[in-house]
Write a protein that binds this ligand. Structure first.
Ligand code: ADP
Ligand code: MG
Length: 301
């Protein structure tokens, strides 16, 4: 197969590993800088141009779209889709996953366990918003934050009110969530490919921190999932429509609760913690799903 990895940086661990794993399996793998792609949308023969030339037809693309470039990145992925190229994660699914509120609404519709979550635009009924998710302590999140930035724990009702007012004053979109204390500063990252959890790790927040993000100093170790956790992770990935994702779960007294679903999960943490070749498993999945596209003649897109 002819496969493109859409990534801004060929030196990133995930990008390097994907290229290496694909080539090891005998595929032709190009790393394409998403932000340097430009598109010809008007013609009847959609194409993606790169460095002054039309890119070849790929059989598959693996989008690794950073949160800061979602708008342009997903437009590039969409253009590949128009050319008949299989994308392991479709542009619309990536867009869904980037909005925490939209994601939670989709997951809730499928009956997937979630922390109680509230959302409001106006600050007039803040006390009710807090009461509705069970009262303080609560977690307050910026809708489009990543890597733990924009996630705040408010221990008291007063603190929660001030933080919510401050964010609303800045016109930031936030959600207010029940704090799952029994998770003990840990969460479970499930790497889901297709309808299988292929690797899972438990991330533990550093001392005095409740956010378990590895970017915030969390540590990771391999973990054994319960059948319920496995089922929940797969259902969450499916609800989002993602072929490959990182589903983050909190272990609560009421069973697994999904916190978020990431469409460009990093491979370094999970491969290191579990010793699994996740990059190869991604290519195995693509081989099964993608239909040959590169051999097709041009002009039929
Ligand atoms: P981000 O997208 O920035 O990673 P998350 O929603 O994943 O934001 O939150 C970051 C971390 O904060 C999580 O990995 C988890 O450890 C902790 N956390 C988030 N929400 C809750 C919650 N409701 N209860 C307990 N811990 C939480
Ligand atoms: Mg997270």
């Amino acid at each position: 197969m002819k496969v493109a990895i859409l990534s801004r940086n060929p030196r990133l661990y995930s990008t390097r590993r994907l290229k290496e794993a694909g080539e090891m399996l005998g595929h032709e793998v190009d790393v394409i800088d998403t932000m340097h792609c430009y598109m010809d949308i008007t013609s009847s023969n959609p194409s993606v141009r790169y460095k002054g030339e039309a890119l070849p037809r790929y059989d598959a693309v693996i989008p690794r779209i950073g949160a800061s470039v979602t708008f342009y990145g997903t437009a590039v992925v969409r253009q590949f889709e128009m050319m008949g190229t299989y994308s392991i994660n479709e542009s619309v699914a990536i867009n869904r996953s980037r909005d925490k509120l939209r994601s939670l609404q989709l997951l809730s519709r499928k009956g997937i366990g979630l922390p109680r979550t509230g959302f409001a635009h106006h600050p007039d009924k803040i006390d009710d918003l807090i009461k509705n998710v069970g009262g303080a302590p609560v977690v307050i999140k910026l809708l489009e934050g990543t890597q733990g930035i924009g996630v705040v724990l408010a221990e008291t009702k007063k603190a929660a009110e001030s933080i919510i007012e401050a964010f609303m004053g800045l016109k930031a979109n936030i959600l207010v969530q029940e704090y799952i204390e029994e998770a003990g500063g840990a969460d479970i990252r499930c790497l889901v490919i297709g309808d299988k959890v292929v690797a899972a790790m438990k991330r533990q927040a550093s001392e005095g921190e409740f956010r378990s993000n590895l970017h915030r100093g969390g540590t990771a170790e391999i973990v054994r999932l319960t059948p319920e956790e496995r089922k929940t992770a797969v259902a969450a990935a499916k609800a989002m429509g993602l072929g490959m994702s990182g589903v983050d779960i909190l272990r609560s007294d009421n069973g697994p609760l999904v916190m978020e679903v990431n469409s460009s999960p990093g491979l370094e943490g999970i491969e290191t913690a579990t010793g699994k070749d996740v990059a190869k498993m991604i290519f195995d999945h693509i081989s099964k799903k993608a239909k040959p596209n590169s051999t097709r003649t041009r002009g039929k897109g």
